[in-house]
Design a protein around this ligand. Structure first.
Ligand code: ATP
Length: 297
């Protein structure tokens, strides 16, 4: 891509169709086996060439400092490419925070993809993923998107065929969950739920939505002790969800529906109690440039 003055990038949120903890890595981090699915709920990120490095997140309470994943991504990009330049970043957040939907990782992925386009740097997907892995475990998936079996720390990605057609109703309660705290709780309490990720991969390859749902589960769900998970799952199931589970380290909970009408009915009911309810479908991509402007803003 030719260098340009400004770009707009879309970066999808993710859901975990399955999450299992299968052991510990030599580094001491948890060894994971997961199915991740990009969904049609997006962070929209504008990037403009600049002499400085600035970040704005209108309407968001997320702190704008050097711990922000967007700033980390910009710094990593400049460090890797050796470019002496800046960038003005504006993030319009739609993905709830501390939800297990990788909003912060989506922002980092969007900045990497956007800066690659802005400066015509020509970094490959594997270079972007290597940079992304240094920022956060979910960033490589946020770059790849679609449907993936994800193992290790989150950095070993196997792209799968697109997930069978379905609808998701996603409910964010009025609390979030910190990822380190979720894993600490797992270490204390363990889990009786260990989803069969291999069976789920086979179901996805066969286009079998019922099989995908049968193999769904989240090993971090029980130990989270999140107060609303069980009630949200019950409401989703009562409205026809084939399955319902927490995503990632929580706190968002989602149902998988074969029918749009059922997903919408579930959302209508849950909106009475929860302010953040989303309807989404599987997305086949990852962070991508939506528009590039050659000159001016
Ligand atoms: P994951 O599924 O990757 O664990 P999550 O949904 O649980 O993601 P995020 O919302 O992505 O978690 O981020 C959690 C924390 O990271 C926030 O509490 C926030 O302080 C910090 N953070 C840093 N940069 C960002 C960003 N750009 N967007 C959101 N959170 C960010």
């Amino acid at each position: 891509m030719k260098p340009c003055q400004s770009v707009t990038v879309l970066a999808p949120a993710k859901l975990n169709l399955a999450l299992d903890v299968v052991g510990l890595l030599p580094s001491g981090y948890h060894d994971l086996d997961m199915t991740m699915q990009a969904i049609t709920l997006y962070e929209r990120v504008n990037l403009h060439r600049s002499q400085n490095l600035t970040l704005q997140m209108p309407g968001s309470r997320v702190a704008v400092n050097d711990k922000n994943t967007a700033i980390k991504a910009a710094m990593a990009f400049f460090h890797y490419t050796g470019l002496l330049a800046g960038v003005d970043i504006t993030i319009y957040k739609s993905v709830p925070v501390r939800a297990g939907m990788a909003g912060g990782s989506a922002d980092a992925a969007a900045v990497l993809v956007g800066m690659n386009a802005l400066y015509g740097a020509g970094l490959s997907m594997s270079e972007l993923c290597a940079l992304g892995a240094g920022i956060g475990a979910d960033v490589p998936f946020a770059l790849m998107g679609g449907t993936c079996r994800v193992q290790g720390l989150g950095d070993l990605l196997k792209p799968l065929p697109p997930c069978p057609d379905c609808w998701f109703t996603v409910v964010m309660p009025d609390y979030g969950i910190s990822t380190p705290e979720a894993f600490a709780a797992y270490d204390r309490v363990g889990s009786s739920v260990h989803p069969d990720c291999a069976a789920q991969e086979a179901a996805i390859r066969a286009g079998d939505l019922a099989g995908l749902c049968e193999a769904a589960g989240n090993a971090l769900e029980e130990c989270s002790g999140a107060k609303d998970t069980a009630a949200i799952k019950a409401a989703l199931r009562a409205n026809g969800a084939l399955t319902a589970l927490m995503t990632g380290s929580g706190a968002a909970v989602f149902g998988i529906f074969a029918q749009e009408s059922q997903a919408r009915a579930a959302a209508e009911q849950l909106k009475k109690q929860y302010p953040q309810v989303y309807i989404a479908r599987p997305d086949r991509g990852g962070a991508r440039v939506l528009r590039a402007y050659r000159a001016g803003r």
